[in-house]
Write a protein that binds this ligand. Sequence first.
Ligand SMILES: [Zn+2]
Length: 305
Amino acid sequence: MKIPVYFSVAYSVEGGFDTVRKASEVARSLVEDPIAGVQLVEPRPVDLELLRLVHDSSYIDQVLAGERGQFTEHGSGFVESVLASTGGVVAAVEAAWAEGGFAGSLSSGLHHARYDHDSGYCTFNGLVVGAVRALQLGASRVVIVDFDAHCGGGTASLIERLSDQGIMGIEQVDVSVSSFDNYPSRPGVTCRVVGGANYLVAIDEALTSVIDPESVDLVIYNAGMDAHESAGGAAGVTTAVIRERESRVFEWATHHGCPVAWVLAGGYSSSRFPIDEVARLHRITAEEAARAQEKSTTTPASATD
Ligand SMILES: [Zn+2]
């Protein structure tokens, strides 16, 4: 069973900021140099009724009219992009849920987006939209693992809003190297800001902090590359550290039998770190997902305990 990685040319906005541009670079890399066990799949745009369970209806309508949201200067191309890329997160959730394995989308998770406004390059919070879709499908426990460089304050606020409405079952574990969009931890929703030197220890502690992982129905992994020291993050978070992080996430998920839907999140180019380098970092997530899946299907269960 190949890992589906959702991508549509509509995700990318030509000339746009990295958030709406880099997906096509990652997709090109996967076409030119395929990863065994990974296949690109076209998603449908997000269902608007699902979106309205998470975001304010009038805000959604204003985004659809091109009046609100990040990157509105790109006009209808942006509207198409945000609907396609949010649809990709939902498709990855549906595939991971149906198969009980791994799936990805070359969308960004957009963890700063709030109920009725955009924030920090994020218009709709695909992580929470995906989590709500998983609840619709029958999940009772969804854990959003957010290892983007920045804190996922938008996600935390939406989880709280949903739980106030009686929609429970979404948790978040968040390790960041920047205090941007920080929020106070509470049971089931935790945020920790660390330096580069402590990064992998904090990743291990975050994964270990998930209570009773065997009962987690789905993990949604916001695999930000902006923690990398050259992509906007902290000194000491090298490419090798990022690869080790991805390996530990997928090994942890495999060990506990958790399906994972992963998305791209941050990772920014600069004159010293071009966008193909950013794409190469994001590719590591797909490579480590494939490696962990391959290992789990070839290793006898007794040897993994
Ligand atoms: Zn970020």
